[in-house]
Design a protein around this ligand. Structure first.
Ligand code: ADP
Ligand code: ZN
Length: 720
């Protein structure tokens, strides 16, 4: 059987994501593999599918019992025999499991690393008598001191290759910087491993940062729109998790606090209730999350600023594992940064302090960013990304431009009069006519002194950033960076070139997500059926079927088992077990409402497309990118859209390339096959980080729009 057929049969998915297929082929070829994929990227399939396709047993090393239990439940529901060894099992249970293992009745066995080598390796001895075909190291970064989650018991895994020299090993993780990666490869002794690194972009998460004003009211406004959805709210202190959870409960939300100081039984109970959708909101410190596989977390809110981008990205990554549109919202107050700075200073350890302060500084930069947040995040992790993602607060806001030529002239001439020897703070003080004694007397005599007093400091700072970004100014790399003019400055100073600036920022009002084109009451009914089945089988509801699957049913209204098979998430076993139960209400609903099946509108083998299309529909109709997309779909050319919307052609190209990336626009509509191949060729040689050199190589027959379109497409299909 081909891997893709097995994927449909056992897991009900019609196609692979990211590099799943390549990884699986390597594993089936008995090669060692290290796979880096973002949270929710689909790591489990990479070893679970080979496990069912290969003869014999797959051993999975995993750090947390909660995680193992979840995976084992999910596999069993799909009809794949899986089990785990666990200290809470009785001797009898363990003996039964051993018998099953001996009789080849288990395909996947989950273990914590410390168990593997406990009792003088009795377990290892036993496992060696079994026909083991594959060893999996999940959360492989735990082996590294450099990782954020070092677990000493993982170090023992170095001995695995001695015990099982001929058995292929696949190591998986969602977080590995260069040092951690090196550590994983060395410590696990992998043999000539193939390394797969997927894009870390989480296309279905929308990133927003809003200025923190009255955080509780801001939070309530956000949560009121999402009463029936699950979410995680992160706070910095244990005390504030408890206070906030109590306040939310008072407002009628099903919220509970979670932090490392609570007793274990209570923590386990809270976690379990969250998995079962009985508790909707977890208000937590960062202690919560690792090992939570819940796929339908719809939002993650940071009420306080996180300490670094690594943590923030991991925490926000817990939203939307099922691929449905999800939100990451951060409430930012500069005061938080000041507080965190004190924590970042570690006594007697200047090196460590410096690193922590730098990380904190990057986090502040992210919060204050006036550009695409997704691009910033991905660049932070060394991944290039175009400057307009279409789904962060910056890209979703329309910025009004105005003629800022006069403002630009004032700034540039101040820089010129100061002989290009001062930094932006000084330039701004001069422009505003500051009485500060730091301003030299002779400078107070300059004509530019005080000509910009009507503009606030913050606005000046923003204008200067914009002017720098547009190439009218440049900042030196010195310890005390200085503003300098550029060749372009002169044109402005002489009045030969106009400059457009962005109007003072208005904070983006939080807009509720528009309804998906699904049958809401039917979806509710389907959720109730799922809940009953889950209760009966004693597993969390999302293990039975994901929210994404139910959403597809409520959208495409399948009328028969054959049609239901086309819904993502129905493998053979789930179809046989639960198919009829879910079909019945759909048919009833359709008869009552005069509806019929829309399954033909679902393009098979296009898992990502189906999802992202929905994602784009949920974007608010005010979305600037979405507006361009609609105009394009209505048959307008890029130039026409730019003219109609009074935006630059490159902006529109940026908007549309996002829709190529998410599969809503077919690349063939925008670029001929011949041109596409040529552009692709050049990108493969030169990379896609910078557009202008590519354009230079390709020449005048190729437009920036075409190049951007091909980059977006190559990203979509995983070529770059
Ligand atoms: P990770 O371990 O990388 O965080 P998971 O393995 O839990 O991610 O997968 C995330 C979600 O995506 C799960 O609900 C999983 O069933 C689903 N998924 C994985 N691969 C595919 C695929 N090829 N098509 C559709 N859904 C998939
Ligand atoms: Zn963006």
């Amino acid at each position: 059987m081909e891997p893709v057929q097995a994927l449909q049969k056992y897991f009900g998915y019609s196609g692979f994501r990211h590099e799943q297929e390549a990884i699986i082929r390597h594993v089936l070829d008995k090669k060692d593999v290290l796979a880096l994929m973002p949270t929710g990227g689909g790591k489990s399939i990479c070893y679970q599918l080979p496990a069912v396709m290969l003869e014999g047993l797959t051993i999975v090393i995993s750090p947390l019992i909660a995680l193992m239990k979840d995976q084992v439940d999910a596999l069993n529901v799909n009809g794949i025999p899986a089990a785990f060894f666990n200290s809470s099992q009785s001797t009898q249970e363990q003996t039964e499991l051993a018998t099953k293992l001996r009789n080849n009745q288990v395909k996947l066995l989950y273990l914590a690393p410390e168990r593997l080598f406990a009792n003088e390796s009795k377990l290892i001895g036993f496992l060696k008598t079994l026909p083991v075909s594959l060893i999996v190291i999940d959360e492989a970064h735990c082996i590294s001191h450099w990782g954020h989650d070092f677990r000493p018991e993982y170090l023992a895994l170095a001995g695995l290759k001695d015990h099982f020299p001929a058995i292929p090993v696949i190591a998986l993780t969602a977080t590995a910087d260069k040092l951690t990666k090196k550590d994983i490869l060395e410590k696990l002794n992998l043999k000539d491993p193939a390394i797969f690194i997927s894009s870390f972009n989480r296309a279905n998460i929308t990133y927003r940062v809003i200025p923190k004003k009255n955080s509780f009211n801001q939070l309530l406004a956000f949560l009121d729109e999402r009463k029936d959805e699950s979410g995680i709210i992160y706070c910095l202190s244990r005390k504030s998790t408890e206070a906030l959870a109590a306040d939310l409960k008072e407002e009628g939300f099903f919220a509970e606090a979670y932090h490392a100081g609570l007793d274990n039984a209570l923590k386990a109970r809270t976690q379990e209730a969250f998995l079962r959708d009985e508790v909707r909101i977890i208000v937590a410190t960062i202690a919560f999350g690792m090992g939570i596989n819940k796929s339908n977390v719809r939002y993650v809110v940071h009420v306080d600023m996180p300490k670094n981008i690594e943590g923030y990205y991991q925490e926000t990554g817990r939203a939307g594992r099922d691929g449905l549109p999800s939100e990451a919202m951060l409430l930012y107050s500069p005061g938080d940064a000041v507080k965190l700075k004190q924590f970042a200073m570690i006594e007697d350890n200047p090196d460590q302090s410096r690193i922590m302060l730098k990380k904190l500084d990057d986090m502040v930069k992210y919060c204050q960013l006036h550009a695409c947040r997704r691009q910033f995040l991905l660049q932070y992790f060394d991944e290039a990304f175009p400057p307009n993602c279409g789904s962060c607060d910056f890209c979703l806001t329309e910025f009004k431009k105005f003629d800022g030529t006069l403002i630009a002239q004032k700034a540039l001439s101040a820089v010129a009069r100061l002989k290009e020897r001062f930094g932006s703070t000084y330039v701004i003080d001069l422009l505003r006519g500051s009485k500060n004694e730091k301003i030299r007397e002779e400078h107070k005599q300059l004509k530019t002194y005080g000509i910009g007093a009507d503009i606030s400091k913050a606005d000046w700072a923003r204008y200067i950033r914009e002017l720098t970004a547009m190439g009218y100014l440049q900042v030196t790399d010195d310890i005390y960076p200085v503003l300098k003019l550029t060749p372009k400055s002169e044109l402005v100073l002489k009045g030969l070139e106009k400059v457009e600036l962005v109007e003072a920022e208005t904070t983006e009002e939080h807009k509720p997500v528009a309804a998906l084109p699904f049958e809401a009451s039917l979806l509710n009914e389907l959720k109730n059926i799922r809940r009953d089945i889950a209760l009966h089988e004693n597993v969390p509801p999302y293990i039975i079927l994901s929210d994404a699957t139910l959403m597809e049913i409520a959208t495409y209204l399948p009328q028969s088992l054959d049609e239901l098979r086309l819904v993502s998430g129905f493998g053979d076993i789930k179809l046989a077990r639960y198919g009829r139960e879910f079909l019945l209400p759909v048919k009833d609903y359709c008869i009552k409402n005069g509806l019929s099946s829309k399954i033909k509108q679902k393009t098979p083998k296009r898992e990502r497309k189906a999802k992202t299309e929905k994602a784009s529909k949920t974007s608010d109709s005010n979305d600037t990118a979405y507006k361009s997309f609609l105009l394009y779909k209505a048959g307008k050319t890029i130039a026409e859209i730019a003219a109609e919307r009074n935006l630059a052609v490159t902006t529109i190209e940026g908007h549309l390339s996002f829709y190529i990336y998410n599969g809503s626009i077919d690349i063939a509509e925008m670029v001929t096959e011949e041109k596409k191949l040529k552009i692709q060729d050049i990108i493969e040689s030169y990379g896609a980080e910078k557009l202008s050199p590519l354009k230079e190589v390709l020449g005048d027959d190729y437009s920036y729009g075409e190049i951007r379109a091909v980059i977006a497409w190559m990203r979509k299909v995983g070529m770059i």
